[in-house]
Structures are given as C-alpha cells and as structure tokens.
Write a protein of this length. Structure first.
Length: 291
C-alpha cells in the first residue's frame, strides 16, 4: 500500500502567493499528511521557489496538478492552440522541477471543461504527440507524469481507466501512468474495484474524493472496495485527498468546478478527518490477511 498520503492544497487555500503556499504546506503537515499537491492554475507565475522552501521546512513531499484551458488545448485541431498548450505544459513541468515535485498529474492531455462534441482523430493525435514530448522531457528531469481519468463533463478523451490504458498504448511511453480519482470513477466506471485491477501496474497516482466533494464516508463512494482493490494490486503510489468548497477557493474556480453548495467550511478539520479516514481504511484492509 502507498508510502505517501497526501492532500490537495485547495483544501486549505485558494490563494497561491507565497503566504498561501506556506500556509497550505504547514497545515497539511499539521493534519498528518506526508505530501501536498499544488494546483498550477497559472504555471507561468507560480512561485516554485516558495513552494520548495515551504515543503522542505515541514518535511513534506510535493506533486503538481493542472488541467488545460480551452485556449491551450493540446487536443485541438488548431495548431496555434496546440502550441499554446505545449508551452503551458512545459512551464508547468519546469515549475514542478523547481519545487522538487515528484509527479505532475491531472488533465494534461486536453482542456478540462464540458465539450460539446467528440474529440476528433486528429485532435487525439495532437494530444498524444504533445504528451509524448512532455514525457520525454519529464524523464530527463526525474519527474513522473500521470494522466487523470475524469468524467464526461470535464473531458471528451479519457473518462475510464481502460480508455487511459489505450491512450498510453498509443503514446508508447512506459514512464507515464494512469491517475484515477474516486469522484470521477463513481460517475463513469461500473464499480470502484475493477478499474483499479484493470490499470494495475500502470496506476501511478490516486485521488480520494467523495461523491459530493465533502467529508469522506458521507457520500456514495464505495471506499471499502477501493482500498481492497488497491491492496490487491500492491499499489504503492501516492493517495491524495481532494475536496473543494467556495469557502476556501476563489469564486471563479468554484464556478468552474461546479461548487454550488458547500459541504464544509473548516479545511483543517476536513483534512484531519480525511487523513484519519484514509489511514484507517488502509489498516482495515491489512487486517484481512489475519482472518
């Protein structure tokens, strides 16, 4: 089972100036986590030096995540938009390296939004080529890439674990892995067990999120099956808690994520609960061997 249990920085702050970066790292450590995931909402201005200083000060590991905007969609048929996406991904990778990040994850293969038509074959080819180039550069920096499987309202390319595997096969870069998320799996997959078995050794990053983005264990996600499946494949990558509330993040981001009702206001309490919940689930699965 995983060596690192982490938390998304948006649980603590929506402001990623130096103060917000430092505060989120300190509070993630206080909640009991081993790792913090920083969202690179603007890779060109993110203060990677502050992030490196913050995580090193409290003994955390770090990862970075992002989803591409429409104007920088590498799955576009417009070469100018694809080029903008490549530049944005390069900047994000550079910031990840500068802060000492272990992985860069998320919707790296296309724009994260509701699409009104299927992806075109040429657009998918553009996406695969862009991510393959990014993977080669990441390899030289010692950074792992993981592609997040998200629901149909956030991508028209990868909505299931099996689709992610096909994308990886088309790309031909063994160092790139699948990033699953229980919130999205609960919408798109047949269950919370089989997709983890399907991705197997290609699973490199895992998000834990409840069906309503609130406190773990209060929604419809089958976490018992999730953690049994992770144990079955001997998953040892990061498990990272993710949750959003407009009480913390900016109104613009809340609207983008569809946070129309808040299920929490105290990020510190939420985070401490999530850390205990995840670790308790792992402990419970381990005891099955004693039965």
């Amino acid at each position: 089972m995983p060596s690192l249990i982490g938390c998304h920085a948006l649980v603590f702050t929506g402001d990623f100036d130096a103060a917000g970066i430092e505060s989120s790292a300190r509070r993630a450590r206080q909640a009991g986590f081993d790792l913090i995931e920083y969202p690179l909402m603007d890779p060109f201005t993110f203060d990677a030096a502050a992030a490196r200083k913050a995580v090193e000060a409290v003994g955390l590991k770090a990862t970075a995540s992002l989803g591409l905007p429409a104007e920088a969609d590498v799955s576009s048929d417009d070469p100018d938009i694809v080029d903008a996406g490549r530049r944005l991904l390069d900047a994000a990778l550079e910031r990840t390296a500068e802060m000492g990040g272990l992985q860069m994850v998320g919707v790296l293969y296309g724009s994260m939004r509701k699409h009104m038509a299927p992806a075109t074959s040429s657009g998918i080819a553009n996406s695969v080529a862009a991510v393959a180039t990014l993977a080669d550069k990441a390899d030289t920096l010692g950074i792992k890439l993981s592609l997040e499987v998200v629901n149909r309202y956030e991508s028209n390319i990868i909505n299931t674990g099996r689709q992610a595997l096909r994308y990886l096969a088309d790309m031909g870069r063994s160092q790139v892995s699948v990033h699953l998320d229980t919130y999205h799996m609960n919408i798109e997959e047949s269950d919370l067990f089989q997709p983890i078995l399907d991705t197997g050794e290609d699973l490199g990053y895992f998000h834990i999120g409840e069906s309503h983005r609130g406190y773990l264990g209060t929604g419809s996600v089958d976490f018992a099956s999730t953690f049994r499946a992770l144990d079955r494949i001997d998953y040892d990558g990061p498990i990272v808690f993710e949750s959003f509330s407009s009480a913390v993040v900016s109104a613009t981001l809340s609207n983008t994520l569809g946070i129309w009702r808040n299920l929490w206001e105290d990020g510190d309490h939420l985070a401490a609960h999530a850390n205990r919940y995840i670790r308790d689930q792992i402990t419970a699965v381990r005891t099955i061997a004693l039965h």
